[in-house]
Design a protein around this ligand. Structure first.
Ligand SMILES: Cc1cc2nc3c(=O)[nH]c(=O)nc-3n(C[C@H](O)[C@H](O)[C@H](O)COP(=O)(O)OP(=O)(O)OC[C@H]3O[C@@H](n4cnc5c(N)ncnc54)[C@H](O)[C@@H]3O)c2cc1C
Length: 297
């Protein structure tokens, strides 16, 4: 059945369009809430919710169709971009991180430059403790606002989470991020823009940004990067069906020409992990999440 669109709700929505790796079956209901009241209405369907998603830039859906609701947060409170008070910016979880970074750079605020390179929503970055070039989002978060699956609002701080590299374990499970208060430092527009320019240049040189991917597939180990381990197994360019280890960056699994299935992507991820373990004894840990991970509905 083809996708049907009613306002902000879609029936039989193609999950390929939900993620940057562009794989997956269909979902019977995909909804993008715009406000807390929209979200509260959706939460009432608790037993039907299967996943919360931002931009889907770190998410792998299955090839099988999903019978239930996926909540897409990328339109949430978008019109309410941010408020600022004494260097603290309140930003909606639905705002794209690069958009936020560029916005504050126009006013010469420093600290969010790294976000220009991460193509997710603020909510997705919070959930992943995403970061790059030496900064992680939770280092600059003062507090967040969340909603639980009963519809109650909460204010949380870093103390309410166990935070580590690309990992956030909440004390209070199953809460959706609504917004974050982010602390930035006043600098000059020129300095901030220069920093963004140089880190984006690094990205363009080292990552296959023109290909469908979810960024780094595996977490780096403390001692050595996942890319170096994968390269040491001569896996650059290795293919399973339409899934391929990027020639440009060994830790990027790509959907080479847009025809890969989720199974092929998964098989390639497992193949890489096995090869690296057999050769080096290192057990690579996945950074990418399966659709629905992080919540217990
Ligand atoms: C080209 C490319 C480069 C990348 N570079 C980096 C990088 O440098 N550093 C890095 O850390 N990552 C990187 N990534 C991965 C990805 O962009 C980040 O993990 C990002 O934080 C995911 O955000 P998202 O909105 O797409 O989240 P999604 O993939 O949609 O979701 C990820 C997780 O967050 C949860 N989630 C999303 N929104 C909410 C919310 N509002 N409340 C509660 N939970 C929520 C989901 O349930 C899921 O568990 C890259 C990806 C690509 C494609």
């Amino acid at each position: 059945m083809s996708s049907v669109y009613r306002g902000d709700e879609y029936s039989y929505f193609d999950m390929k369009k939900l993620t940057t790796i562009r794989v997956g079956g269909k979902v019977s209901e995909f909804v993008r809430p715009k406000s807390i009241s929209d979200l509260r209405l959706l939460i009432k369907k608790k037993n039907k919710i299967k996943a919360i998603i931002g931009k889907g830039s770190n998410t792998l859906p299955s090839d099988e169709d999903v019978d239930g609701v996926i909540i897409g947060m990328s339109d949430f409170n978008k019109s309410n971009l941010l408020q600022v008070k004494n260097n603290i910016f309140t930003v909606s979880s639905g705002i794209s991180a690069p958009k936020f970074s560029k916005f504050v750079s126009n006013y010469g605020y420093s600290g969010a430059e790294f976000m220009t390179a991460i193509p997710g929503t603020i909510g997705g970055l919070l959930s992943m403790n995403a970061g790059c070039y030496g900064t992680e989002i939770w280092e600059i978060v003062k507090r967040v606002q969340t909603i639980d699956l009963e519809g109650n609002l909460h204010t949380r701080t870093a103390d309410d989470y166990k935070i580590s590299y690309r990992c956030l374990i909440p004390k209070y499970k199953n809460e959706i991020f609504l917004s974050a208060d982010i602390i930035l430092i006043k600098s000059s527009v020129e300095k901030v823009k220069d920093k963004i320019k140089s880190l984006m240049l690094k990205r363009i040189m080292s990552q296959p940004l023109e290909k469908f991917s979810f960024g780094s597939t595996f977490k780096n180990t403390k001692e050595i990067s996942a890319a170096k381990l994968i390269e040491s197994c001569n896996l650059k360019g290795y293919k399973i069906g339409g899934a391929q280890v990027s020639l440009k960056h060994a830790n990027f699994v790509i959907n080479a020409n847009g025809t890969a299935s989720s199974k092929e992507i998964n098989d390639l991820i497992n193949h890489i992990a096995t090869k690296v373990f057999n050769k080096t004894g290192v057990k690579l840990e996945k950074e990418v999440r399966n659709l629905g991970d992080g919540f217990e509905f």
